[in-house]
Design a protein. Structure first.
Length: 410
């Protein structure tokens, strides 16, 4: 049993200096508290908690949740440190899911993540706390619990993209915990949600085939019949040819960073940029895109449009310019195509995937990743068409055909 020893300042035992708590069953546990700050009642509460831990230790089991609740309420770093040193209680067990979420969000904010990103992470975390409970100790969440959570999400009638987003967000929260918790790190050695990579949450079963040239021509014809053909054609080709993120990066495009003579463009990488540091990436403009942009720029100049430097001022609330996305721009694009008998379920990803495959075959995987601003792993899992023939194989075939033609000519 735990015991309390009163410590006096002198042999007369008239003045109490402090208290010492010892454990007979937990070897090495001994801690002193000054009487000027702590009362005998404070010591009694600590002894009750220690008694409960001793009983669990004797049975070879972990302390129950009531003990962790008491430790949390006690909020005594000295007591926790003493328990942690002898390896009886992992300090991280006191950390709840809600506390991990709060720490992680504060950590992301300190790193300069955008408010929208943090808000989305918070929404994903709220879904997890709805299932696990805000007070659930983080180390109580195992791989099995993570799989059960995935099953529960699927039973809620949610879209697969929504489920994928929720899983991705709570996975980010736990990754932050594994990477950044200090004293708590020993209690969170791995991310339990990593086991969900092969449960359909990464959307690896989605269609990866890019648009064909015939499909592209049909779309171009439809766009040229719209109320703003120059706007739509340039917007579309930047996605189809260059692989821009049309929802977020196209509105940020500025004429200042486009060299139509050299055929180059500097893109603000919205996904990688932080509030404190902007990220940019270069890309090559294909000739078809250059022509579309030049016609758009000439038209803006001819009409005397004050575009404030933006390539697509229609996407901003600029006085005197009709705002084109009264409804989300992608929805309007899909509606426009549908009127012409064309259906694209996820047009932005399809266009980006088409550009990804083109650049990989044309300039290689490294520059393709530079031009599109994504990692190799993301490119391979979400963008490449498995039916595409690798460039080195195509080169060998072409070299062989050239050699054969030379022989036949001789």
């Amino acid at each position: 049993m735990a015991n309390i020893t009163t410590r006096y300042k002198d042999k007369s035992r008239k003045t109490i200096e402090g208290w010492q708590i010892r454990s007979n069953k937990l070897q090495g546990f001994s801690i002193r508290y000054p009487a000027s700050i702590y009362s005998l009642g404070d010591m009694t509460k600590r002894c009750e908690i220690l008694d409960a831990i001793e009983k669990s230790f004797a049975k070879g089991t972990a302390p129950n949740s009531d003990v962790y609740d008491d430790l949390k309420e006690l909020n005594d770093p000295r007591f926790l440190e003493a328990l942690g040193k002898i390896g009886v209680v992992s300090i991280s067990r006191v950390l709840t899911l809600q506390e991990l979420v709060e720490r992680a969000l504060a950590g992301f904010e300190a790193l300069g993540d955008k408010p929208k990103t943090i808000l989305n992470l918070k929404k994903g975390a709220q879904k997890a706390t709805e299932y696990f409970g805000a007070d659930c100790p983080i180390t109580d969440i195992s791989k099995k619990n993570a799989r059960d959570y995935w099953t529960w999400l699927n039973s809620q009638g949610l879209k697969q993209t929504t489920i994928h987003r929720y899983i991705s967000q709570i996975k980010q929260i736990f990754k932050w915990g594994v990477d950044n918790l200090d004293d708590d790190k020993n209690g969170l050695p791995s991310n339990p949600f990593n086991c969900l990579n092969n449960l359909g949450t990464s959307q690896t079963d989605k269609e990866k085939t890019p648009l064909t040239e015939t499909q592209k021509e049909r779309i171009i014809d439809a766009l040229r019949q719209s109320d703003a053909p120059l706007f739509w054609e340039a917007w579309f080709l930047l996605g189809y040819n260059q692989g821009l993120r049309l929802r977020s990066e196209a509105p940020e495009l500025n004429w200042e960073f486009i060299d139509l003579e050299r055929g180059t463009i500097l893109i603000r990488d919205v996904k990688r940029s932080k509030r404190t540091s902007l990220k940019w990436r270069p890309s090559i403009l294909r000739s078809e895109t250059v022509d579309a942009l030049r016609r758009l720029k000439d038209d803006q100049k001819r009409r005397g449009i004050d575009n404030k430097g933006y390539v697509f001022p229609e996407l901003w609330k600029i006085p005197g310019i009709e705002k084109k996305h009264d409804q989300p721009i992608v929805n309007k694009f899909k509606t426009l195509l549908k009127k012409n008998g064309i259906s694209l379920v996820d047009p932005c990803n399809i266009l980006r995937r088409t550009a990804s495959n083109y650049w990989r075959e044309t300039v290689g995987e490294y520059l393709e990743n530079v031009f599109l601003g994504h990692s190799r792993s993301v490119a391979r899992s979400d963008y490449y068409d498995d039916l595409n023939i690798p460039k080195n194989v195509l080169d060998k075939v072409r070299q062989s055909e050239t050699s054969r033609e030379l022989v036949e000519t001789d």
